[in-house]
Ligand binder design. Sequence first.
Ligand code: MEV
Length: 437
Amino acid sequence: MPQQKAVPGFSKLTAEEKIRWLRDTFDLPDEYISDIHAHLHNDPRLQELYGEFSENTISNFFIPYGLAPNFLINGKWYVVPFAIEESSVVAAASQAAKFWSAHGGFKAEVADAVKVGQVHFYWTGNREWLSDLFPGIKDDLTGSLLPLTRSMEKRGGGILDMQLLDKTGDLDNYYQIFVKFRTANAMGANFINSVLEALAKNLKEHVDKKAAADNIPGAMEISMAILSNYTPECVVKVSVEAGVETMDKFSGELTGMQFAEKFVRATEIARCDTYRAVTHNKGIFNGMDGVVIATGNDFRAVEACGHAYAARNNKYSSLSHAEINGSIFHFELETAMAVGTVGGLTTGHPLARTSLKILQEPDAEELMMVIAAAGLANNFSAVRSLITSGIQQGHMKMHLTNILRQLGADENQKKEALEYFSNKTVSFADVKKFLAK
Ligand code: MEV
């Protein structure tokens, strides 16, 4: 392979030139180049659209887009779209949704929808002078932001509150303007960041001017102005409950009560053990991310926020919780997230727009509830499998089905293979051998 070296002007090359460069630099065989081409959209208009979502695009990376029907949330039926590459997730969500729909469905609520932004800055002068100054300039600062906030205010959003925080205990000379926002049905990143950048500029002007007028020694330096993806006041809660006897069906060996008790203990392990909590929450995000991606929302932001929320009591813990009250099994999830149903990819990506249509054009809070319900559904299915048959059985069945499809097995061969491998480890080579026989 030729020595790789710095590539000046790479972004200026066309997609085809980039592909040729790849082929030559990495000696890529033709089949790799064909795969890159085969994944381009054959509608040039759509390819241009997808290509422009990112930079240096040379192809598209597909992940399956599927549907989980039978979600009953607050008495309303939903078909939930998922964009996810992991097998079993959509099936698990659908199964759990169907089961819970027969038991009243998911009850969900959004506690609040407050977003957060921060202007981080250094001030080397007198601390009291700064804290005395801030209340007097706060209204001026908010007023100067009106050109940016007016249209959001018309939609019910805008700036809720602005505070000066003295962070000098954490870092020398470090202060913050901590701003709370409402952003209506937008996730709000662009709005918040534009407001914060203008705020930072206005703040520095005010502080510099007043310090000069008061003859106060000290320098102010803006470090950065950016939203926080941690939104602990933008919280969604979702729960399901049913009589323990309804759990009888989940394991031939366990009674409904035994199953429910085992389930509760499994969630307690996830509450107190970080290693388990991370995997438990990963199972929740299997469902949540699928819907977040399918609706064109930012799954990195939702993940980062959810994990920080899971650690809000100074220990990383489970986002869900189960309990038995008398003869009632109760299972709930509470997490924080910021998502939108307008703006960004939610309307710019054709399939995100389709997803929102399938979800009957929810507002941002309703979408939070659907996302959380998908998380709880997947968590329920995962823990249910873990405490009964284990997850490999279901996974392996899917894996086997995929291998059989790849090998072109007919219906009869599929049936025989499923039976033969029902108690055996599945590998590509063994399935191939089985079919050859
Ligand atoms: C696999 O993607 C997710 C699980 O590991 C979640 C869990 O362990 O709860 C099955």
